[in-house]
Design a protein around this ligand. Structure first.
Ligand code: DGL
Length: 269
């Protein structure tokens, strides 16, 4: 059995294209509809109620596009709204937190795991709770790194400014002896070189997007839901605003030009 319906992926903006990129790479035959709420980002500084409301609006929108699985690429939404989305939607829902946590638990040797993310993600404690569900004895340190999002958007990925900010956020992991660090935000994989430089080359960095693509591939395979197409799947990008430089920044996150982009509005907005 196969299923040619598209996968739905959403994020607060275009940072989640890093997750779409990992999925496109891992599952090249799948059609993807990517929804980026560029008109209302960032989510990482918003209240839980607002993030929850936005998440359900976007999920409804994508369900009307007949998606077969919903991938919540945004760590902030995964941290706040995943249980509610999973229980209320008629399709399987995958977030980025459980896959990232599974990757970190697999890789750590000394049980000291770091988590970095937006303010909302860190304050929700979703990562530390998920890690402790896997192993209550883990030593988990979480730090919000709000400046990393604009750094990645600006393409300021290395040099003295990026390094100074990275030291400010990450030195605590070095003194604690963290051996595995979860990059708990769509934008952070772009800062991998500077993060690695500051925490040291022996610290394992977990990219939740790559881990999520693997979990998704397993779900499609085990449930006979994968596309049987022999062609490369289509990636449609739908945004609630076309911000300045979105093509340039989006192409950086996606790793290829953004060809098929549409402007959409949500019901009631
Ligand atoms: N996509 C968000 C996340 O992964 C980062 C950007 C935002 O704050 O909206 O948490």
């Amino acid at each position: 059995m196969s299923n040619s319906r598209p996968l739905g992926i959403f994020d607060s903006g275009i940072g989640g294209l890093t997750v779409a990129r990992a999925i496109h790479h891992q599952l090249p035959a799948e059609d993807l509809i990517y929804f980026g709420d560029t008109a209302r980002l960032p989510y990482g500084t918003k209240s839980e109620q607002t993030v929850m409301r936005f998440a359900h609006q976007i999920a409804d929108f994508l369900l009307h596009r007949d998606i077969k699985v919903l991938v919540v690429a945004c760590n902030t939404v995964s941290a706040i709204a995943l249980p509610s989305l999973s229980t209320s939607l008629s399709v399987p829902v995958i977030g980025v937190i459980e896959p990232g946590v599974a990757g970190a638990v697999r890789m750590t040797k000394n049980g000291c795991i770091g988590v970095i993310g937006t303010l909302a993600t860190i304050e929700s404690n979703a990562y530390s709770q998920a890690l402790h569900r896997q192993n209550p004895a883990l030593d988990v340190i979480s730090v919000a790194c709000p400046f990393f999002v604009p750094l990645a958007e600006e393409g300021l990925l290395d040099g003295p400014i990026a390094e100074a900010i990275a030291h400010r956020y990450l030195d605590t992991f070095v003194s604690a002896g963290t051996d595995t660090l979860i990059l708990g935000c769509t934008h952070y994989p772009f800062l991998t070189p500077v993060i690695q430089k500051v925490v040291g080359k022996d610290v394992i960095l977990i990219d939740s997007g790559i881990e999520t693509a693997e979990v998704l591939a397993t779900l499609l395979r085990e449930n006979q839901m994968a596309s049987a197409s022999s062609h490369r799947g289509r990636l449609t990008v739908l945004l609630t605003d076309l911000p300045r430089r979105f093509r340039e920044i989006g192409a950086r996150f996606l790793g290829e030009p953004l060809d098929d982009v549409g402007l959409v509005s949500l019901a009631g907005e």
